[in-house]
Design a protein around this ligand. Structure first.
Ligand SMILES: [Zn+2]
Length: 337
């Protein structure tokens, strides 16, 4: 796919001004458009046959999405793979070369106790990150209001020099960097996966232009970078067994205040659904309605502060019915349906 012509900062800021005018008039001039990215290569990355992070997750999401009447709001889009050198925006070259060198011709190579790669994994990871970056670019250009990337491998555990927790490269961090490169002054990342997004925090803890708000079960995997004390890192640890009411009480004003103070130009989401009651890996007690609620909270914050712009990337979620129903609730909220 040929690169699209660059539309500069002034263009997407003008788009935001138009949207704010519409909001102030309380008139819905255009129906919300939700871009949907799911590169087919993401199905070819496989670990052990019994591994919970399986291609069946994306099949379940696709089938569930196909059963919904989107009223023309869901727009399926293709994205170019991330150019290898763009990984260096977040991951140093020696780390990228390490992963490249480990990529097998056949079979599996283990990167840690629960993360391995096959011959398709590198392509899948570059396409997953490419989808996130393309989604950011299109939303900043006002070619869509919001976007969801149904991708794997996930990314939020990947630190700048460490693959772990099913993650190779940090896709949401690469997407945030793309937003900044395109002229955004500030970016907010909301992460509601049951596991702490250690990689995203490690990467951005000393970069105040990126706000990271993260709820997670605690104490729990991975136990890294979950006590960071910075103004741009908002951590909301939750005890095992926490249900929807306490989750909502914990994050609502905390995230609203932080996002209002940060005034982001776009909100990115590390959308993990393994805090669901039925998830085999997590120990929290959320339901589809809680994911709908938090998605509506994110949309409200985006409409208040950044012209409604939201780009969401799939992270965890390992019970297939719970995952697909929760993603549907998330997307219905993003599409304002
Ligand atoms: Zn997770």
């Amino acid at each position: 796919m040929a690169p699209m012509p660059y539309l500069g900062q002034a263009d997407w800021r003008a788009g935001r001004a138009l949207c704010l005018t519409d909001l102030k008039a309380n008139v819905s001039v255009y129906p919300v458009s939700l871009l949907f990215y799911s590169p087919p290569t993401c199905l070819r990355h496989e670990m052990q046959p019994s591994h919970p992070e399986s291609p069946k997750r994306l099949d379940a999401i696709r089938d569930r999405i196909a059963s919904i009447d989107w009223q023309g709001r869901l727009l399926v889009r293709d994205a170019p793979a991330l150019a290898m050198e763009r990984l260096y925006d977040i991951h140093p070259e020696h780390y990228v070369n390490l992963i490249l060198g480990l990529s097998p011709g056949e079979g599996l190579v283990a990167l840690d106790g629960d993360t391995s790669i096959n011959k398709h994994s590198l392509t899948a990871a570059l396409d997953a990150a490419g989808a996130g970056c393309e989604a950011v670019e299109q939303v900043l250009r006002r070619q869509g209001d919001r976007a969801f990337c149904s991708v794997r491998p996930p990314g939020h555990h990947a630190e700048s020099t460490q693959a772990m927790g099913f993650c190779l490269f940090n896709s949401v961090a690469l997407a945030a960097q793309r937003a900044l490169d395109l002229g955004a002054d500030r970016v907010a990342i909301i992460d509601f996966d049951v596991h702490h997004g250690n990689g995203t925090v490690e990467i951005f803890q000393d970069r105040p232009e990126v706000l990271v708000c993260s709820s997670f079960q605690y104490p729990f995997y991975p136990g890294r970078h979950d006590r960071v004390n910075r103004e741009n890192i908002i951590l909301n640890p939750l005890s095992a067994g926490t249900g929807g009411d306490e989750f909502r009480r914990t994050v609502e004003s905390s995230w609203q205040k932080a996002v209002a103070r940060h005034r982001p130009d776009v909100i990115l989401v590390s959308a993990g659904f393994d805090a669901h009651r039925d998830d085999p890996l997590g120990g929290l007690d959320l339901l589809e309605t809680d994911f709908q609620w938090v998605s509506e909270l994110i949309v409200d914050m985006a409409e208040q502060h950044c012209g409604g712009r939201v780009v969401s990337l799939l992270e965890g979620g390992y019970n297939l019915p719970a995952l697909s129903n929760s993603v549907a609730a998330h997307l219905l909220a993003l599409a304002a349906l």
